[in-house]
Design a protein. Structure first.
Length: 371
């Protein structure tokens, strides 16, 4: 059986570090923690799990710190986690099985990253990452903010998932790193333009985000998947600045790169038509979103809501507006499978049961479904 070194970088993670280490400590053979300047109890907590705690002066680049942490790995394979990550029980079982049966000729094992979950436990964002890599290959990290491992060789995809459980959001931190890059005169790669656009969008700078996404899209180089989501995310920015025409154009431009529709694109197209009261084309796009099967080996972003409860909830609204109440009820029930206590879903259920004569309750009620 192969051996595994866990390598982490931390700073001021006293709230979450123990939770992370408790979920992984019996799965690995060595724990290496590199602290980049904590001012809380992070180091004290880390030393409760390992005597391999090291210190590294922060350079402003996450890749530098991650590469430093990887230097301390002494086992066959290196695993990395962030302090606000956990391995849930089902995935712990899968991880143990993977470790017991891993072919030593494998250079890297990709795992799902469940980067977000909603209040009902549904995964909201998922993608693959090279998560367990052969130590002897000395793979290096790149990127200032959204890092990536430069991996090559024999890579396999596993069904193990690492779950992100963020307790707080560092508002503007990543954006400031990109601003520093601009001040230094750094040349942006297509990837930089994509992730800078994401940071701008998440911080409410929608017009600047449009510019950054457009630079990614127009660049001859760059990962196709980034360009797909640059189009989709740019459309969101156009929606925020109320440019409906450009919103729709940007969504359809994503097809230039994806070749076939993605649920994330379809549901947004549906919402564009829905807002304009064009319910039949909206229904077409929402229903298409529910029929597209996810590729389990896909490496780019997957937002499961756009193929599950969200289009069903909006189909409920659209069918209601064209007075097809039975279909509206059917789709609201499908949304309820994913979000059983969602107030909008429960409200719609009550409204539609009255419309269809399934309820004996009477009384005043707003005669509009909830989106």
């Amino acid at each position: 059986m192969v051996t595994i070194s866990l390598c982490m970088i931390v700073k001021n993670e006293e709230e979450v570090l123990a939770r992370c280490l408790d979920s992984v400590k019996d799965l690995v053979d060595e724990i290496n923690i590199v602290d980049t300047g904590s001012e809380d109890r992070t180091v004290e907590i880390a030393k409760g799990y390992t005597d391999r705690v090291f210190f590294f002066e922060w350079t402003g680049r996450f890749a530098d710190a991650r590469n430093e942490a990887f230097k301390y790995a002494t086992k066959d394979y290196t695993l990395y986690l962030d302090a606000d990550d956990v391995i849930l029980e089902e995935d712990r079982k899968k991880f143990k099985e993977l470790k017991e049966n891993l072919d030593p000729s494998v250079d890297s094992v990709s795992m799902y990253y469940n980067a977000g979950t909603d209040e009902f436990g549904n995964v909201t964002l998922q993608y693959r990452r090279n998560r367990l890599v052969k130590t002897s290959k000395n793979f290096q990290w790149g990127g200032d903010v959204h890092n990536y491992l430069n991996v090559y060789g024999y890579v396999i995809n596993s069904d193990v998932a690492i779950t992100h459980k963020k307790t707080r959001h560092a508002v503007g931190r990543n954006l400031s790193i990109y601003d520093t890059k601009i001040e230094r005169g750094d040349v942006f790669s297509p990837r930089d333009y994509f992730y800078y656009g994401n940071e701008l969008r998440e911080n409410g700078h929608h017009e600047k985000a449009v510019e950054s996404y457009t630079k990614n899209i127009e660049h001859k180089e760059g990962w196709i998947e980034d360009k797909v989501y640059a189009c989709i995310n740019r459309a969101d920015c156009y929606r925020f600045i109320e440019n409906t025409e450009m919103e729709l154009a940007s969504l359809f431009e994503s097809l230039r790169f994806s070749k076939t529709p993605r649920p994330e694109m379809c549901s947004r197209v549906g919402y564009n038509f829905q807002r304009k009261g064009e319910y039949k084309p909206a229904i077409y796009w929402y229903e298409l979103a529910t029929k597209i099967e996810n590729d389990p080996n896909k490496w780019s972003f997957t937002y499961p809501a756009y193929s599950t409860w969200y289009p069903h909830l909006q189909l409920c609204v659209c069918y209601y507006r064209i007075a097809e109440f039975e279909k509206a009820y059917e789709h609201n029930e499908k949304a309820r499978e994913y979000r059983p206590q969602d107030e909008r879903v429960l409200y719609n259920r009550e409204l539609l049961e009255k419309k269809l004569g399934l309820s004996q309750e009477t009384g005043q009620q707003n005669d509009e479904p909830s989106e």
